[in-house]
Design a protein. Structure first.
Length: 59
């Protein structure tokens, strides 16, 4: 029987984004998803690519 995914606590998401910003990133956003599911990964990557922060800072 597959193990259900454990959601990432919101406080951990905020801390991760804060650490990235503190390290010098101009923007940070957490994109969650079940990394065991190819469709979930594809959906997360679509969300990342649609995020203006990704396109603004990728050059």
């Amino acid at each position: 029987m597959p193990v259900p995914p454990m959601p990432v606590p919101p406080c951990l998401c905020r801390r991760a984004c804060a650490a990235v910003l503190e390290a010098g990133a101009p923007e940070a956003k957490f994109f969650g998803g079940d990394m065991r599911d190819a469709d979930a990964i594809a959906a997360m990557m679509q969300a990342v690519m649609a995020w203006v922060g990704a396109s603004r800072h990728s050059r």
